[in-house]
Write a protein that binds this ligand. Structure first.
Ligand code: ADP
Ligand code: MG
Length: 331
């Protein structure tokens, strides 16, 4: 049976917007020695906005936004929502066969062409090169803490020529020649995809993030790290502004889980704070998974042991305090 002190700890937490799913997690929270934070939506607000669009070749900035929006229109990712919002007054229709790849990007078919939007590593799998000029601009933006996603579009190989949905969008779109179809035995080729531009997104660091990190250190948490799927430069910039000096960037969801495992070997009781589908494996692996209640995806909320109902990071210190006070009283 749950002891009265645990119950009052849980009730106390609930009153302050901290949802403990059960009493043992309240106790566990008091023992945490290392904490891993996701970046986007956790240390930052997750309210992502398009900051700058840079087009390549003959494409316009509007072309870049439009083409990206065709695939992002089905995205649940904050990046996707921001792009769609910025493209709302432009004329485009949703792509078909859209597939989101967590932690990497999104892909689909628009106007008989493949559309690829995502981080550099992901887009690089589909194009021959990232234009050098744009790479330079990307580095500068990333050092300022902006997230850069690349937009590419290109030929469909032998799939070209099927169904002509969604044509009205880009008057600028160059149809790839349906006549030069490769041998029917060869797989669909993506080699003709080309980068048409990049989109830099801004996402503000939560106002209370730096103070919360400082408070957790003061409470004796030995190790605080950041885990993100975003690139290293962007991650370093955000980490520096909140006072975290250990950063693991360009991680896939499974990589986040691996870092948690490694931390557990050294620190035993490890908390993970996250909001996304991409954080779910790490939230499940952590001794204590903590989800952001507002920014959090359904999967994160289900997987977590503790939910910060109002996304207020400072409640982490409150939760730790409640956890510690529950110790020694419960047998
Ligand atoms: P984080 O760990 O910071 O929450 P994610 O793991 O969700 O970030 O995403 C990592 C990176 O993958 C993003 O910074 C972005 O470059 C790319 N990415 C993920 N989803 C999308 C999407 N829907 N559109 C474009 N890029 C995406
Ligand atoms: Mg996130």
């Amino acid at each position: 049976a749950i002891m009265p002190t645990l119950l009052s700890g849980i009730a106390n937490g609930a009153r302050q917007g901290i949802l403990f799913k059960n009493g043992s997690q309240l106790e566990m929270m008091g023992k945490v020695r290392a904490i891993a934070f996701d970046k986007t939506g956790t240390l930052t607000t997750g309210i992502v906005q398009v900051f700058q669009v840079i087009s390549a070749g003959n494409y316009s900035q509007a072309d870049v936004l439009k083409v990206a929006a065709t695939v992002e229109s089905v995205s649940e990712h904050a990046i996707g929502k921001a792009i769609v919002k910025a493209a709302v007054d432009l004329n485009w229709v949703s792509a078909v066969e859209v597939q989101a790849i967590p932690g990497q990007g999104i892909i689909g078919i628009n106007n008989m062409q493949q559309v690829i939007v995502g981080n550099a590593a992901f887009v690089q799998k589909h194009v021959t090169n990232l234009p050098e000029e744009l790479q330079k601009s990307a580095s500068v933006l990333e050092e300022e803490g902006k997230t850069v996603v690349w937009v590419a579009q290109g030929g469909m190989g032998r799939q070209g020529g099927q169904g002509g949905q969604g044509g009205q969008g880009g008057k600028k779109q160059i149809p790839i020649s349906p006549l030069s179809s490769p041998s029917p035995l060869s797989p669909p080729s993506l080699s003709s995809a080309e980068v048409i531009g990049l989109i830099a997104l801004a996402d503000e660091v939560r106002a209370e993030a730096a103070a919360t990190i400082a408070r957790l250190k003061a409470l004796g948490v030995e190790q605080i790290v950041m885990l993100t799927g975003d690139n290293q430069r962007t991650a370093d910039s955000v980490a520096q502004s909140v006072g975290i000096n250990e950063v693991y960037a360009e991680l896939l969801p499974e990589d986040k889980l691996d870092v948690i495992r490694r931390l557990q070997k050294q620190y035993k009781t490890v908390a993970m704070v996250g909001d996304g589908i991409n954080d779910a494996p790490a939230l499940a692996q952590a001794s204590i998974g903590i989800a952001m209640g507002v920014a959090g995806s359904d999967v994160a909320l289900e997987t977590a042991d503790i939910v910060l109902m109002a996304d207020r990071l400072e409640k982490l210190a409150v939760a730790m305090d409640l956890g510690r006070r529950s110790h020694g009283i419960i047998k």
